[in-house]
Design a protein. Structure first.
Length: 108
């Protein structure tokens, strides 16, 4: 993916079985292109992804597709897989804060 490319999240639509996320990809030399990515509704109800994280998951997938195809993928629609959701979840796992540790007492 070149540095001159811009990926912009446009919005989402709730469908019967999926949430559909729309992105626009802009390059200086060509007309903007629109891409859609879908995540099954079941992934949200099963808590495998949050509504807040979904655009990030889709953006990462779209950027990978752009990078592997020289910014011009053949398809304009992609589905987020269970494996991709798990990869995102494990790489963005919330860290559990450590309990307060006692500082050692210094001798004066």
């Amino acid at each position: 993916m070149t540095k001159e490319i811009t990926v912009q999240f446009v919005g989402f639509a709730s469908k019967e079985t999926v949430r559909e996320y729309t992105f626009t990809v802009r390059e200086p030399s060509i007309e903007p292109r629109e891409f859609t990515l879908t995540i099954p509704n079941e992934a949200f109800t099963a808590h495998r992804i949050s509504f807040q994280d979904a655009p990030d998951v889709c953006s990462l997938k779209l950027r990978r597709e752009l990078a592997t195809s020289g910014n011009h993928p053949r398809d304009t629609h992609f589905q987020i897989t269970d494996v991709e959701l798990e990869d995102y979840r494990s790489s963005h796992a919330r860290r559990v804060p450590k309990p307060f540790a006692r500082k050692p007492v210094e001798d004066y």
